[in-house]
Design a protein around this ligand. Structure first.
Ligand SMILES: NC(=O)c1ccc[n+]([C@@H]2O[C@H](COP(=O)([O-])OP(=O)(O)OC[C@H]3O[C@@H](n4cnc5c(N)ncnc54)[C@H](OP(=O)(O)O)[C@@H]3O)[C@@H](O)[C@H]2O)c1
Length: 250
């Protein structure tokens, strides 16, 4: 099979849901892919599917983002395997069921570690690589939930708010160096994670989410709500006075 790569992308959190759909979408565009997550069997199956269905190649890397010390070595290996890196997507995330009565420090720390600290551990060395070559695109998968602290999931909303702010800082640092940083504020998507949401609000499919994220990547957007109608919801939520917001069941 002739390989027709239009660049190389690394996706952290690619074994299911939005990350796996993004891997297939980018493979369709001809990207060579590095796919990272803990469930190596799923990653390997996805790599096999991509290598047989699309004119590109894909590599699987097993990694738990909590193990941040592994990141420099793994990033180096991925760049060697891929030959280059043009696009980096941090999609890994966890959400436990909403429960305003729960006070579980271990769960909260895990959420912050996977959704935020893991993102910083990956994005810092990727940013350095891109800054040195004066090119590259970093994408972080945030959430509409990061627009406000919610009583049912303080740690998740804090992790996504932190990710949004971290990405903004990186964008402001890197724009002079020809590097694009895109923040995706995702609404509900029909994935395993959605099983932990307390209610459903017009979820889209992972494939629809991947198409919209790909549009944002192509247009080198800064911050994008996916799908776009969540932008109005986000604006309304951000501007609701606290004494009203705290009474809402969200
Ligand atoms: N679904 C929604 O409604 C929704 C809404 C807003 C934002 N998001 C965000 O979208 C992103 C993707 O989530 P999804 O909906 O596609 O859910 P998902 O199917 O559960 O995917 C989560 C991904 O994160 C990876 N991951 C979780 N913990 C990890 C760890 N410790 N180390 C490495 N990888 C880890 C998982 O891989 P392994 O388990 O194999 O490690 C998996 O690939 C997340 O950042 C999530 O917060 C989702």
């Amino acid at each position: 099979m002739q390989i027709n790569s239009q660049g190389a992308a690394l996706i952290v959190g690619a074994s299911s849901g939005v990350g796996a759909a993004l891997a297939r979408r980018l493979a369709r565009e001809g990207y060579a892919l590095g796919l990272v997550a803990r469930r190596i069997d799923r990653l390997q199956a996805l790599c096999d599917e991509i290598s047989t269905s699309y004119y590109t190649r894909a590599f699987a890397y097993q990694h738990d983002v909590v193990n941040t010390a592994e990141v420099p070595g793994l990033l180096g290996k991925a760049i060697t395997d891929l030959g280059e890196l043009d696009l980096f997507i941090y999609c890994a995330g966890v959400l436990f069921p909403n429960d305003p009565t729960a006070y579980d420090a271990h769960e909260d720390q895990l959420i912050l570690h996977v959704n935020l600290i893991g993102a910083a551990a990956w994005i810092t060395p990727v940013a350095r690589q891109f800054q040195q070559k004066y090119a590259g695109h970093i994408v972080g998968i945030g959430s509409i939930a990061g627009d406000r602290g919610r009583r049912g999931m303080p740690a998740y909303t804090a992790s996504k708010a932190g990710l949004h702010t971290y990405l903004e800082g990186m964008r402001n640092r890197l724009w002079r160096d020809g590097v694009t940083v895109t923040t995706i504020k995702l609404g509900q998507v029909e994935t395993d994670m959605l099983k932990n949401a307390d209610r459903r609000r017009k979820p889209i499919s992972p494939e629809q989410a991947a198409d919209l994220i790909w549009n944002a990547i192509q247009q080198r957007r800064q911050t994008v709500y996916v799908p776009s109608w969540w932008r109005m919801v986000g604006l309304a939520i951000q501007h609701l006075p606290s004494f009203i917001f705290r009474r809402l069941n969200i």
